[in-house]
Design a protein around this ligand. Sequence first.
Ligand SMILES: [Zn+2]
Length: 160
Amino acid sequence: MRFLADAMLGKLARWLRMMGYDTLCAADMPVDDDDLLNIALDEDRILLTMDRELYSRAEDAGIKAVLVQSKDIAEQLAQLVREVGIELRETPSTMFCPSCNGRLVEVSKREVVGLVPGTVMDTHQKFWMCQSCGQIYWEGRHWKKIRETVQEVKRLLQSS
Ligand SMILES: [Zn+2]
C-alpha cells in the first residue's frame, strides 16, 4: 500500500512514512492536480486529499482516493485505519524517512560516532540512517510522542 498526499497533508505524509508506508507528498514536488492524478494512476498510489473536487476527479478516473475529513493528525490516521486498513506501526526498522521518503537502514553505533549528540550515544544502542538524505534516527524522546498519538488513534477507533 503506497500513498500520494496533496500539498495540504504534509504532516500526514510524514506520519505515514514513520509507520512504514511509502508516501509521496505534493508539497515536495512541483506538480498540479493533473500530475497528481497521473502519478497516483501510474504508481498505483492511494490519493489522500482534503480537496473535494480533486477527490471526485480521482474517483471518476478510477483512482483509489480518500477524502480526508479532519485537520487533526490522530483523526486523520483513524480515518485511514477505517477506510484503507493501514497498520499503526511504530518501529523505526520498517519506516521510511519522514523528511524525504527514503529507505532507512540500521547502522552500527560505530558508524554514527560524531554524527549524533554524546548523550544520545550514551543512552541508545540502535540507530538508523536514511539512504537518501543521510538523516540519522534513534528511538529518542520523539518516540514517546509517536506512541502517545498511536494510543490516541486507538481510543478514537474504539469510541467510534
Ligand atoms: Zn531522508
